[in-house]
Design a protein around this ligand. Structure first.
Ligand code: ADP
Ligand code: MG
Length: 715
């Protein structure tokens, strides 16, 4: 059928292509062609496929079934039993829609499979008629009931297998034992998808496998073409399982190959500063510490200082829980820049956190003759001038650091705290204020290792996975309202003993005003309950110098109980605070709760973390169970991944990484780890994948990265 471009041109182009490339390679490269290059796919079909994200032949081949239906798991309608969860398969033979009282409607759709009839029943959901038309083949799953002398399922889940309008009967029939079910789509039926996929498979028939033979053997992978065929037209469960493993492997392996390429490329390009003068300030500082650094701190510092010494530009992530002692390591890095005659800058995401960093770093560096300044949006001209002239050695600031008027005399190190709170462009802007300064990212947000191996897969990572000794830890209690009295009685005991408490107020809705009001009411109530004690209030509507003042008073012990909306979330360090009460805890995410918990138990007394909540969903309940069960942030993050699923974690698309469709970060840790190891080994041996056995892998990886790796291969 002639469609779109003139067929002669297409054929010519194909012939020209075929002259250049060996046929298997040409077949592989055809996967990158638009779907309209397939025979019989014209603009009309291409338009219908576009909303599914299907633009190329590969998009079609990788549009996998959502799940499979095994015929052996089906029950003949004639032998279903009432009360049992059952899946049946039949042809729609009757559709009836009846109004009921109160302008409601009941939709009854009946299917027949040669052994009996069963009906699906829906209330006020007329739209099912659109898909379950007379004559289509459909599978219903649900609990079987017997009512009004007939078999029925109320609200069954269902899949339409074929026989839809305008479809060829012969093609709609599934002969295989395993029936693939595709995600429901408007305008493209499962049967027509199967037809298109079949055509795509024909078009790429004989294609080369982009994964090198050695890797395929090592991981016992089904050849790619065979795997794709098996996924869409399965023969048996074992082969299907292997085929899906192959698809999952490719996803994680090529993601890691892409990351390894990016990293290698960055390292090759990024000539940095060699901070290699002999240590002075860093040694003085380390000796002045009133404690011994933990093993994890020492290891992280060794890694960072080796990076800084080398002329290759540092691009490292320092990960560690709240209170694990990242600041000490960050200060060592800043001092290393200073002792080499450079300036260091630390950027933090909020004013409260910035202020606290500034004060603490100032204290730590007392007597060392290092000049530290604070730079926020309200900072005056003088500080900015002194940074520009080089008089200031270390600057701690908010995103105000990246404004145009700020310049550095000799910026040698950039530290980005809570790096995920900044966009890539902001991080780059700051580092561009120097000449290729070393970069250290810091994160207190524990994320699952599988995720950090992907999201931060092109950074070097140091992890502080050990808390300083002498911490007594925190007990977590989940309570309901009946235990309010007891909880506040404990707050009373603690403040009488000279310790301090936090009360975190609920997030009422997306309104800082309302949150502020609720917090103010709570403050009044507590002032009445604990006369003679000082109650402080902190919320998002306050000006930053007011906030600073309250924080300072709490830190110095003047305030006994601090009522706050979630602005204290990040970075407040008050070792004397031992109790924290969180109202409406089920409204907070797990990561947030863990951050909050990190605020207490930082001193030598055991902390108590009390969560009031009335969880209304299973998910909320699961979150509260998890926070009670896991103290360790990384374990908690894994639990979070299991509870929330994958989607939300990859939600932020600035990562520029390909999607994972088959592989699951929450389940495939070992696979990801091994694939990463293999990918990095391969790229270490052949940094631009130009060896003959690697060029197809390079091509395929770039295709999966949407062409964004092109620049790696120029020149
Ligand atoms: P983070 O920045 O990771 O949240 P900090 O660096 O603020 O952690 O450290 C938390 C507290 O623990 C600080 O009061 C700090 O002085 C103290 N601290 C850091 N390292 C140690 C250590 N090795 N031993 C004892 N106390 C430490
Ligand atoms: Mg360096």
């Amino acid at each position: 059928m002639p469609e779109g471009k003139a067929p002669e041109n297409k054929a010519q182009a194909e012939r020209a292509e075929a002259r250049k490339l060996p046929p298997p390679v040409a077949a592989l490269e055809r996967t990158a062609a638009p779907v309209s290059s397939l025979q019989g796919v014209g603009p009309a079909i291409a338009r219908k496929l576009a909303p599914l994200g299907i633009r190329t032949v590969a998009d079609l081949l990788y549009h996998f079934p959502r799940r499979y239906l095994d015929r052996s798991s089906l029950t003949a309608i004639g032998s279903v039993k009432t009360g049992e969860e059952t899946t049946v398969l039949g042809k729609v033979c009757d559709i009836e829609s009846r109004p009921t009282r109160g302008r409601k409607s009941v939709l009854t759709i009946t299917i027949f499979d040669g052994t009996g009839y069963i009906s699906g029943v829906w209330f006020n959901q007329e739209w099912h008629k659109e898909r379950l038309r007379e004559g289509v083949e459909a599978a219903f799953s649900g609990k079987v009931q017997y009512q009004y002398k007939r078999l029925q399922m109320v609200n069954p889940s269902y899949d339409v297998l074929g026989g839809e309008e305008g479809e060829d009967r012969a093609e709609a029939i599934h002969t295989g034992r395993i029936i693939p079910l595709y995600p429901a789509t408007a305008g493209v039926t499962s049967a027509s998808l199967r037809r298109l996929v079949k055509r795509a498979l024909e078009a790429v028939s004989g294609m080369a496998d982009p994964v090198p033979r050695s890797v395929r053997d090592k991981f016992d992978l089904t050849p790619l073409e065979k795997a794709l065929r098996e996924i869409h037209f399965p023969n048996d469960n074992a082969a299907l399982k292997k085929a899906r493993y192959r698809a999952a492997f490719d996803e994680v392996f090529m993601m890691q190959v892409g990351l390894a390429l990016r990293k290698k490329h960055y390292e090759a390009q990024a000539r940095g500063i060699a901070h290699d003068s002999s240590p002075g300030l860093t040694v003085d500082f380390a000796q002045s510490l009133p404690f011994e650094m933990t093993g994890a701190q020492k290891r992280s510092w060794r890694e960072i200082s080796a990076d800084m010494k080398s002329a290759t530009r540092m691009n490292r992530l320092l990960q560690g829980e709240v209170g694990s002692g990242k600041t000490v390591v960050a200060v060592l890095a800043l001092l290393k820049a200073v002792e080499n005659g450079y300036q260091g800058a630390l950027m933090a995401p909020t004013e409260v956190l910035t202020q606290q960093h500034y004060e603490r770093i100032g204290q730590m560096l007392e007597g060392l003759g290092v000049r530290v300044e604070l730079l926020t949006s309200s900072t005056g001209r003088t500080v900015i001038d002194n940074v520009a002239s080089g008089e200031v050695n270390i600057v701690v600031g908010t995103h105000a650091l990246i404004q145009q008027s700020v310049s550095f005399a000799r910026l040698g190190l950039v530290i980005i705290d809570e790096q995920h709170r900044f966009g890539l462009d902001q991080r780059v802007s700051l580092s561009e204020k120097g000449e290729d300064p070393d970069i250290l990212h810091m994160s207190a947000t524990p994320i699952p290792r599988t995720l950090s191996m992907t999201l931060f897969g092109d950074l070097d990572v140091s992890v502080i996975d050990e808390l300083p000794r002498g911490r007594k830890g925190v007990i977590t209690v989940v309570s309901d309202q009946s235990q309010r009295k007891g909880a506040f009685a404990m707050v009373g005991r603690e403040i009488k003993a000279g310790r301090q408490a936090f009360v975190i107020c609920p997030l009422i809705e997306e309104s800082e005003k309302l949150d502020a009001r609720a917090a103010a009411d709570e403050a009044k109530r507590l002032a009445a309950e604990f006369p003679g004690y000082d109650i402080g209030l902190l919320h998002g509507q306050m000006k930053s110098d007011e906030k600073r003042k309250v924080m300072r008073q709490f830190a110095s012990g003047r305030i006994d109980i601090l009522i706050s909306t979630s602005v204290v979330e990040v970075g407040v360090d008050v070792p004397n605070a031992t109790v924290m009460i969180v109202e409406d805890a089920d409204r907070f995410g797990l990561a947030q709760l863990h951050q909050l918990r990190g605020r207490i138990g930082r001193g030598s007394e055991r902390g108590v973390f009390i969560l009031f909540s009335d969880p209304s969903t299973d998910e909320a309940r699961a979150r509260l169970d998890a926070i009670k069960r896991y103290d360790d942030g990384f374990e908690l993050a894994e639990a979070d991944l299991r509870i929330r699923g994958e989607g939300s974690l990859f939600g932020n698309r600035q990562s520029g990484l390909p999607d994972l469709k088959v592989a699951k970060l929450s389940r495939n840790f070992e696979l990801i780890r091994r694939a990463r190891e293999e990918a990095f080994r391969l790229v270490a041996a052949d940094p631009d994948l130009s060896k003959i056995e690697h060029v197809l892998l390079r091509w395929e990886t770039n295709r999966r990265f949407g062409g964004s790796l092109d620049w790696l291969f120029k020149g």
